[in-house]
Design a protein around this ligand. Sequence first.
Ligand code: SF4
Length: 292
Amino acid sequence: MDEQTSKDLANWLEFYRELGIEDFYRRSASALGGAESGPRPAAPLPAEDERPVIEARVDAPLPRPAPPPEARPPAPPPRVTPTVAVAAPIRPPLPTFSLFETPAPKPTGRETLEQIRADLGDCRRCKLAGGRKTIVFGEGNPHAELVFVGEGPGADEDEQGLPFVGRAGRLLNRMIQAIGMKRGEVYICNVVKCRPPGNRVPEKDEIETCSPFLFRQLEAIQPRLICCLGAPAVKTVLGIKEGITRIHGQFYDYASSKALATVHPAYVLRNPREEKILREDFEKIRQFLNEK
Ligand code: SF4
C-alpha cells in the first residue's frame, strides 16, 4: 500500500469512527471473486470516486455502557436456605405430688384438731387432772365422716394415751369392721380427756369443764354422723336425759351433723345379751353412711 492509499484508508477509518463504527473487516479475496490465498495480485489504485472495499459490521451490538450505580436493579436478596427448626417436644410439667400421696385437704378456715390440742396443753382445769397419767385427747381421721364419742378414758387408755384401746375398744373395733370400715377412717374421743378415778362416771363439773374441747373437736371435724356411746355422751352431746335403751338407734340433729345414740361397748361386755342393740345400731350407721 502506497503512502496515499494509507492516508485515504486512515481518513475513511477516522470517518467511520466518528460515526461510532469501530469494528471493520476485510472481505476475503474469494468474496471479491479472487482466491482466498496465494499471492495477492497487485491491485490497481482505486479511482478517486471509488471507496475502499471495507464494510462496517454495523449489525454488531455496540457495547453498552455500564448503568450508573443508582440505575442498577437492586441485587437480589441473598438466598437464604430456610432453616426448619424442629421444635423439641414440650413435655407437660411433672406433677409436684405423687399419685400415691394423699392430696392435702383444702383449708377450711376452721380450727384444727392440732390447734385445739395445743390449747388444751397440760390441762389442769378440773379435778380429774390429779389422778390421770395421760390426757387422752382423741385419735383418728381429722376429716372423718363418722365420730364416736365415749364418756372417758379407762385404765388402758390412761396408760397409752389413746381412746378405746382396752376390751371395750376391741369390741368397738369389731363393730367398725362389721360395717365395712377401718378404725383409721373414723375419729374416736371422749367427753372428758382424763380418766375418772376407779372408772366412775364423770361428774357434772368435770363434764362442764372439759366438754367445750369436745364441742370444738366436733366443729373442727364436722362429720356426717356422731355416734354417742353411752348415757353420759348422749346427755352431753344431745342434752337427752332419757335412758339409752329407750332412745338408741334414733337419729338426732347436731349442728350440721346427724347424731345417733347407742349403748357403750363396756355395757355390752357386762351384758352380753345387749350386743344385739349394738349390732342393730351399727347397721343403721352403715345404712346412713351409704346414703348419698
Ligand atoms: S378432764 Fe378435761 S378439763 Fe379436766 S383436767 Fe382433763 S383435760 Fe382438763
